[in-house]
Structures are given as C-alpha cells and as structure tokens.
Design a binder for this molecule. Structure first.
Ligand SMILES: [Zn+2]
Length: 296
C-alpha cells in the first residue's frame, strides 16, 4: 500500500451512546477517504496522519495560501496507531479550496487531498406535535412523555448536529426554549399523512423564527415511513426513538439542505453507510458529492 493521508479521528454514533463500535455508524468529520476530500470550517482543526508505510523524510505542503494552515509543524516520526505515523494538524482559515500534498523524501508527490473550507451556518429548528381537526396527534402525551420534553429534544438536536454539522458545517439551532409546540391543522389529515397536503402557512402555530420545521406524526403515507421532507417541512414518525430518531432527523435535515425544495425520492446516495442511503437502517457518512451539494 502506498503512503496515504488519512484522518486521525472518527466519530462513531454507537460509541457516543456508550455502545459497541458500529462500522456503519461512523464518519470522519467531513473526510471522504475514497474521494480524498476534506470539508472544514474556519477555526476548525483536523489532524491527518499517514498510513501505508514509514513516512520518515516526507513533507507536506498546501498549494493555496490562506485557506488552511498548519496549526503546528507537521512531523512524521510519532506512532499514532497501528500502521499510522506522524501528525499533520490543519487549521481552517478562510473560505476556499486548497490541496494538501504529501511528498516523499525525493520530493515526489505520493498523495493529495482536496480541502474545501466553508462558512459555519446555523438553521433554527422547531419541533412540533402534529394535530389535525379529528383530534389525531403525533404525540399522545406531549406534556409528560419524556421523549418530547426539552432535554430530549435538545439531545436529539445535539446528536443530529454531531452527525451532520461535524461533517458539513451546518448546524441545527434552537428557537425559544426549544419546547415542543402543537401544530394544529384545521383539516382531516387522514390515518396516514400525505406531506403534499400540508401547507405550513395555513396554520398560525407555525414558528416563524424557525427555518426548518419538524413535526412528529402518527403515520406517514408513502414509502418513506420513518420521515419525509418537503421544502423546509419535515415529518418524523413519533414512534421513533434513540439512534433511529437521530439518524432519521439527520437524513431529513440533509434532504432539506440539499435543496431540492420538493419531495425528491431519488435524491439519495448509493452506499449503505451513507446517511442519504434510501433504505433504513443505513449509516451516517456524508461523502464528497453530497457535501458539495449541501454547500453548493
Ligand atoms: Zn430520504
């Protein structure tokens, strides 16, 4: 194996929940190893290391000044893990694109990673309990069910951010106290809700401070039964819990960020460990094309 630049850290959602490591629920903080692409934000730090041999005598350089700099001088002697040598600490500077180039002791290029720095952004989210005029509601005990109180909703947002924001620099922020709000529709939404029948502007319960509206629903019509997103309105099945709820929210948030503005059943990625894989259960990884689509 040739000398290869790899990210030194990985995030594993299961480990974060104090469970066992799950290779599918892993991401590399915006690094796509196959495409050799790293997304980062100004002020963020990413440490790379070298695998595939002994990098003694190697050097690295960045080909576009000002975008990324070295937080500390790179070095190639430390042993940072099995078959991983050296540390290359990167400091996000300004919005732009640069390449991190690894050269061997003769000055020949042996690996290269494209790095794109994007501005950190925040989108405010409001969580709702969907209610229709037949007294159906997504959450049967909205005032007492612990899964829908502020701490649980904050934790849901937090974990969705660890999945999405840590890869592409767009986070979900809170409006007000973050309390669940009833979203009353003066219509019969049926036993299974068709998102195309929902007009968020028809209800005065809408939180205008929010840029992304997430309503817990009793049942969603169509193939996407865990969640569905149209423009900036998302339905989440209220019966979801734990990681499944976090991953579904993260998946739907990325549908919104990908900006199709419609219910686009085809806008999915094709690997099982992708966050945007069509069929659940799937992973949490955002790869280069998806990252660039979110931040186009
Ligand atoms: Zn989807």
């Amino acid at each position: 194996m040739p000398l290869t630049l790899v990210h030194d850290s990985e995030f594993d959602l299961s480990v974060a929940h104090r469970g066992g490591a799950n290779p599918k629920l892993k991401h590399f903080y915006g690094f796509d190893p196959a495409a050799k692409f790293q997304m980062m934000t100004p002020g963020s730090t990413h440490v790379f290391t070298v695998t595939g041999g002994d990098p003694a005598g190697c050097s690295v350089e960045l080909d576009m000044p000002g975008v990324v700099s070295f937080l500390n001088p790179p070095e190639f002697s430390s042993v940072v893990g099995p078959n991983r040598r050296g540390t290359i600490p990167l400091d996000g500077g300004n919005v732009g694109t640069t390449n991190l180039i690894l050269k061997d002791k003769s000055g020949k290029q042996v690996d290269k990673i494209e790095i794109r720095v994007v501005e950190q952004r925040e989108i405010k989210v409001r969580f709702y309990n969907l209610v229709d005029d037949k007294n159906r509601q997504g959450v049967s005990l909205p005032d007492t069910d612990p899964a829908f109180q502020i701490p649980a909703l904050n934790q849901l947002r937090d974990y969705a951010n660890r999945i999405v924001s840590w890869q592409c620099g767009v986070s979900l922020g809170m409006t007000g106290t973050g309390v669940l709000r009833n979203l009353n529709f003066a219509q019969d939404l049926g036993n299974a809700i068709d998102i195309n029948q929902l007009n968020i502007f028809s209800t005065s319960d809408r939180d205008d401070a929010a840029g992304f509206h997430v309503a817990f629903a009793w049942k969603i019509a169509g193939g996407h039964t865990n969640g569905i997103t149209k423009s900036n309105v998302c339905l989440l099945d209220a019966s979801l819990s734990g990681q499944k709820r976090e991953i579904t929210l993260a998946h739907e948030f990325v549908h919104f960020l990908s900006g199709s503005g419609i219910v686009n059943m085809n806008d999915h990625d094709n690997q099982e460990n992708d966050l945007l894989f069509k069929i659940a259960p799937h992973g949490i990884m955002l790869r280069k094309d998806r990252l660039n689509k979110i931040r186009r």
